[in-house]
Design a protein around this ligand. Structure first.
Ligand SMILES: NC(=O)c1ccc[n+]([C@@H]2O[C@H](COP(=O)([O-])OP(=O)(O)OC[C@H]3O[C@@H](n4cnc5c(N)ncnc54)[C@H](OP(=O)(O)O)[C@@H]3O)[C@@H](O)[C@H]2O)c1
Length: 356
């Protein structure tokens, strides 16, 4: 390919991104090469930049969320994709270390396992925020809680049929909002916490109860009151703060078990490592790492992406991606977006840059 691949590289850990030109990467047999239209910025990208997490060597391209047009197809990917397809994808350079498999560049390689066609009724911008969080939501439900994937031969823990409550603490965030929607698709009743300005949006996405978290003790009592005699057995902490969120999620699960005399051990799934945290007894707690989608949980990638489910859910409005806020400047705007994430200035939206 003769076109130029402009990339935003991390020249050294802790330094600002710089624009440079890199060779156009080559897709492997099960990969597609995407000409990036929009790439989104995730909180982990900031961690990679500032602390060198999953940065085996510099200079390093980073970034995981991409949407754009397929311009190259690996031999085995050719049965599913062709040049010209519009796709959303999670690139896997976070796991492999390969610069060509990162999204902050004009041309990026993504595995078909985490690539989905973008429905015709979606612009690239509208689809740009969904991939990483759809992957994370799938891993939360199927790896965190260990529910069996619908249609899988072995149903060791089938999805419950009685619409149990699943609490998502932090529903306004990108992970939270897509977890709400996937949980609804899979038959859960969803309770969540968010700032009041997000109430209407989260109810439209399917949350039955939305509670303000600004007074967390009050939020615990409101959630328990809303549940009444229904036990809250499943909870996701999509924020994961040892002081401000986890203790309250634990509290809800334990109080609910006591109040409803539930015999099921409550389960808490969380998204960040908390190695120092003293977990309360009486519940299970499971940290998920969504990169397991490329290793031991490839079945989740098949179910969410390769099967066409994500494409259908988007087309049918069953999954509405987090709102995208464009940071100007194309790839040159990524540093400003990362600075905003660092400053905590993101609420109910995802920062993206338009590349082409
Ligand atoms: N382990 C994994 O594999 C994995 C994968 C993806 C992401 N993550 C992690 O998951 C976390 C969330 O990611 P994200 O992309 O969803 O972040 P995000 O969208 O940037 O999160 C911002 C949201 O957090 C909410 N929030 C902040 N403090 C809160 C609190 N005390 N209670 C409830 N909500 C609160 C805010 O809600 P309001 O607007 O309502 O104030 C805001 O909308 C990040 O730490 C990320 O690194 C982990």
């Amino acid at each position: 390919m003769s076109e130029t691949n402009t990339a935003a590289i991390l020249p050294a850990v802790g330094k600002d991104l710089e624009l440079t030109t890199l060779p156009v990467p080559t897709p492997g047999p099960n990969d597609v090469l995407i000409r990036t239209a929009v790439t989104a910025v995730n909180p982990i990208d900031h961690v990679r930049q500032m602390f060198g997490f999953q940065v085996p060597a510099v200079p390093k391209v980073i970034g995981s969320d991409t949407t754009g047009t397929v311009v190259g197809v690996g031999a085995e990917a050719a049965s599913t994709y062709k040049v010209g397809d519009r796709v959303v994808a999670v690139t896997d350079g976070f796991a492999t270390g390969d610069n060509g498999h990162e999204s902050y560049q004009t041309f990026a390689v993504a595995p078909t396992l985490t690539t989905a066609k973008l429905p015709d009724n979606f612009t690239f911008l509208e689809g740009s925020t969904v991939s990483v969080v759809a992957m994370t939501a799938g891993i939360i439900i199927f790896e965190g809680f260990k529910f069996s994937i619908p249609g899988a031969q072995e149903q060791s823990k089938p999805l419950p049929s009685n619409k149990p409550i699943l609490l998502v603490w932090g529903g306004a965030g990108s992970v939270g909002s897509v977890t709400i929607q996937l949980a609804r698709i899979l038959g859960f009743t969803v309770f969540t916490t968010a700032s009041p300005r997000h109430n209407e949006r989260l109810q439209k996405l399917g949350a039955e109860v939305v509670v303000d978290y600004s007074d967390a003790d009050a939020a615990v009592e409101k959630l328990l009151a809303a549940a009444g005699d229904r036990p809250i057995v499943y909870a996701v902490d999509a924020i994961n703060d040892a002081k401000n969120t986890i203790p309250f999620v634990e509290s809800i699960l334990l109080k609910s078990a006591a109040a409803t005399a539930s015999s099921t051990t409550p389960e808490l799934v969380h998204v960040k490592m908390l190695s120092e945290y003293k977990w309360k007894d009486g519940l299970t707690h499971t940290f998920i790492n969504s990169t397991s989608i490329w290793t031991e949980r490839r079945d989740v990638g098949e179910y969410i992406f390769r099967s066409g489910n994500l494409t259908s859910w988007l087309a049918e409005g069953k999954i509405v991606p987090p709102p995208a806020r464009v940071v100007p400047g194309g790839l040159g705007g990524l540093q400003s977006a990362l600075n905003q994430i660092k400053g905590g200035g993101v609420s109910g939206e995802k920062l993206v840059v338009e590349v082409a």
